[in-house]
Design a protein around this ligand. Structure first.
Ligand code: F6P
Length: 192
């Protein structure tokens, strides 16, 4: 069968500090996930020769560092750009830009950060990735929460407007098997 593997990067320092965006390294737990990932992938992929796609950000590359496969970086897989809010916590955003905070909650799919992106923008920049994925086999993608929501929604046939609210937990390897009428999903959760 044709599979696609997906994972968020391991927990980052910014995740711990509840800050969005940035380019921080992994936390201790995040590094543990990176260490366990090769074993999970082997459990799920056997001896298939995968190709790993990461974003250009440090946390995805650190997550991929122990995987014994060739790796490719895509700028298109970088996290949703939060513009002027990059590096802030949600509390700080609510205090500094209360109207934006409210607007985002009311229409999270369309809301575009000042100087940054909306989910719709991300869906559009993911088009080449999706096209390439449809042609390739044995790809493991290590990327970010918002980007994974959009990719996951695409394969699960969920309307993109719902993608901003989908739950994609940390430290979980997702395997998709696109079939004619539905995509079959298997998840392996790391115990760390
Ligand atoms: O907090 C991690 C993170 O990947 C941020 O970098 C990003 O802005 C956010 O999640 C996206 O999630 P949401 O759209 O729910 O704010």
């Amino acid at each position: 069968p044709r599979y696609i593997w997906l994972s968020r990067h391991g927990e980052s320092i910014y995740n711990l500090e509840k800050k969005i965006g940035g380019d921080s390294s992994l936390s201790q737990r995040g590094l543990q996930y990176a260490e366990k990932l090769p074993e999970f992938v082997r459990e799920s992929a056997g001896d298939r020769d995968l190709t790993v796609w990461t974003s250009t950000l440090i946390r995805t590359q650190e997550t991929a560092q122990h995987l014994p496969y060739k790796q490719l970086q895509w700028k298109a897989l970088d996290e949703l750009d939060a513009g002027v809010c990059d590096g802030m916590t949600y509390e700080e955003i609510e205090e500094t830009f209360p109207e934006d905070f409210k607007a985002r909650d009311e229409d999270k799919y369309e809301y575009r950060y000042r100087g940054g992106e909306s989910y719709r923008d991300v869906v559009i920049r993911l088009e080449p990735i999706i096209m390439e994925l449809e042609r390739q086999e044995n790809i493991l993608i290590i990327t970010h929460q918002a980007v994974l929501r959009c990719i996951y929604a695409y394969f699960m046939n969920v309307p993109q407007e719902e993608s901003p609210w989908m739950s994609i937990p940390l430290h979980t390897l997702i395997r998709l098997e696109p079939r004619a009428y539905a995509t079959h999903v298997t998840k392996i959760k790391a115990n760390i």
